[in-house]
Ligand binder design. Structure first.
Ligand code: FMN
Ligand code: FE2
Ligand code: FE2
Length: 399
C-alpha cells in the first residue's frame, strides 16, 4: 500500500524507511533504521527529486504511482548518484518513457558506470550552478555542492516556496515513522546524537566544502530543508544550521573529555578509570568513556566531534597499536577532526611502542595540541606513577 505524506500543497514525501538494515554503507550500525527520502512536486510539470535505495524499491514505486495519479512524470532531478538515492533510475526510464533526467555531466557518467543504460543524449537536461528550471509556479535553482560528500552533488532551491533540497546534507540516521518533520518529534532529545553521528562519519571529512555550501545558503531565504535522509526542517531551521556551522568548522560543541581505550587484560582500563575519577574530582564534567573493542568507532568519532578533549589509551600489540584502537585512529584522522586537546597513554609488557605510534597517527590532525604529559605503563599502573596521573589531570584541565 502507498505510504505518502504531504509536505506542502503541491509537494509530497514519497520515500521509504528500512528498519532491517544492520549496517548503512555496510559500515555504520543503524539500530533505529534509515530513511531514504524522495519528493514529488506536482506543478504544471511533475518533478521527482531523487529515488531511494534498492531495498525499498517496491514501496517507492507504489508511492510514486499513487502520488502521480495517472499524470506523466516529466522530470527527475538528481541530487546525488550514490546508489542509496538513485537505484530506481532504470525503472523510471522504463515505466515513464517521457521522463527527462535533470542532472550534471558527472552524474550522466555515473549513471552509465552504475547502470549501463546507454541513454540517448535527449533523455538528459544538463544543469550547472546558477541554472534554473521553471515547472509552472515553481522555479528550481541548481546549486553545486561538490564533495558534500561526493563530487557530483547538487542541491535545488525552489524560489516559490523557499525550499532547499539539500541532498545528503542535513540528514540523519534513523527511520521515519509517520512523523517526517523535525518539529513533529523531540529532535534534540531523540535524534540530535544520530544526526551528529551521521554528519561526523558520512560528511565530517569535508568541513570546508560544507562551509562553502553554508555560505551559499546564507544568501537564500530558506523556509524549509528537505534532505535525503531523516527529517524535513520547517521550524527552528537556524538551530540545525548552527550545528552544521559548528561541525563543519570542527569546533567543539561541549566542554568534556572523551576517553577511548583498548585493554586486553584490564590494566589499561584500570588506569583510565582512575584518570576519569581524578578528572571528575578536579571538576571535569561530561566524561565519556568507550572500550574500542565494544563500541563501534562511528559512535566514538561522533562524540569526538562533540567534545573538546580526547584521551587515547591502548596496549602495544605485535609491535604496533592494539588493533581496534589503530582502526579508530585511522578512521578519525581520515575524518579530518581539528581543534582538540589530546592526551595519549600506552601499555606494553616488553617493548611499549603504542604511545609513540598513536602520537604519530594523531599528529596528522590539524590544530590539535597533543599534551606533553603522558603515561606509559609496563603491564600495570605502579604507585610511583600516580604523580604522572595527577600531572595529566592538571594538563587536561589547564585549558
Ligand atoms: C597478541 C599480543 C601481542 C602483544 N604484543 C606486544 C608487543 O609487541 N610489545 C609489548 O610490549 N607488549 C605486547 N603485548 C602485551 C600487552 O601490550 C601488555 O600485556 C599490556 O600490559 C596489556 O594491557 P592490558 O592489561 O590493558 O590489556 C601483546 C599482547 C598480546 C595479547
Ligand atoms: Fe551519500
Ligand atoms: Fe545518502
Amino acid at each position: 500500500m502507498h505510504i505518502i505524506r504531504q509536505v506542502t500543497s503541491d509537494i509530497c514525501w514519497i520515500g521509504a524507511s528500512d528498519h532491517r538494515l544492520s549496517l548503512f554503507e555496510n559500515i555504520y550500525p543503524v539500530p533505529q533504521g534509515i530513511s531514504y527520502n524522495a519528493y514529488l512536486l506536482k506543478d504544471e510539470k511533475t518533478v521527482l527529486f531523487d529515488t531511494v535505495d534498492a531495498a525499498v524499491r517496491q514501496q517507492f514505486l507504489e508511492n510514486l504511482k499513487y502520488a502521480l495519479d495517472e499524470r506523466p512524470l516529466d522530470y527527475i532531478v538528481i541530487h546525488h548518484m550514490e546508489p542509496d538515492h538513485c537505484a530506481e533510475i532504470a525503472d523510471l526510464v522504463r515505466l515513464y518513457p517521457e521522463i527527462k533526467i535533470v542532472c550534471n555531466g558527472q552524474m550522466q557518467k555515473m549513471i552509465e558506470q552504475f547502470f549501463s543504460l546507454n541513454l540517448p543524449a535527449d533523455k538528459f537536461i544538463f544543469v550547472k550552478e546558477g541554472d534554473t528550471l521553471n515547472t509552472g509556479r515553481h522555479t528550481l535553482h541548481f546549486i553545486a555542492a561538490p564533495m558534500v560528500h561526493w563530487p557530483e552533488v547538487m542541491m535545488t532551491y525552489d524560489t516559490a516556496d523557499k525550499i532547499l533540497f539539500s541532498a545528503d546534507a542535513f540528514g540523519t540516521f534513523g527511520a521515519l515513522n509517520g512523523n517526517i518533520f523535525a518539529d513533529e518529534v523531540d529532535f534534540e532529545h531523540f535524534y540530535l546524537d544520530e544526526a551528529r553521528r551521521y554528519y561526523a562519519n558520512i560528511v565530517g571529512k569535508y568541513g570546508p566544502q560544507v562551509q562553502n555550501v553554508l555560505n551559499k545558503a546564507a544568501a537564500l531565504d530558506i523556509r524549509m530543508i528537505c534532505p535525503l535522509h531523516g527529517f524535513i526542517w520547517r521550524q527552528n531551521i537556524e538551530f540545525y544550521l548552527q550545528k552544521y556551522r559548528q561541525w563543519s568548522a570542527y569546533e567543539p560543541e561541549t566542554e568534556g573529555v572523551v576517553i577511548a581505550y583498548g585493554s586486553i587484560y584490564g590494566n589499561t582500563y584500570n588506569t583510565v578509570a582512575l584518570l576519569a575519577a581524578e578528572l571528575a574530582d578536579a571538576g571535569v564534567k561530561n566524561i565519556r568513556m568507550y572500550d574500542v573493542s565494544v563500541t563501534h568507532p562511528s559512535y566514538i568519532i561522533s562524540d569526538m566531534f562533540q567534545y573538546s578533549t580526547l584521551v587515547f589509551a591502548a596496549p602495544t600489540y605485535n609491535g604496533g597499536i592494539f588493533v581496534n584502537m589503530e582502526n579508530l585512529l585511522r578512521d578519525l584522522t581520515a575524518h579530518n577532526l581539528q581543534n582538540r586537546r589530546i592526551a595519549v597513554l600506552d601499555n606494553g609488557t616488553w617493548a611499549a611502542v603504542a604511545g609513540k605510534q598513536m602520537k604519530e597517527e594523531l599528529a596528522k590532525l590539524k590544530n590539535c595540541v597533543i599534551l606533553e604529559s603522558s603515561l606509559s605503563l609496563k603491564s600495570a599502573l605502579k604507585a610511583d606513577q600516580l604523580p604522572q596521573i595527577d600531572a595529566l589531570v592538571k594538563d587536561i584541565i589547564a585549558a
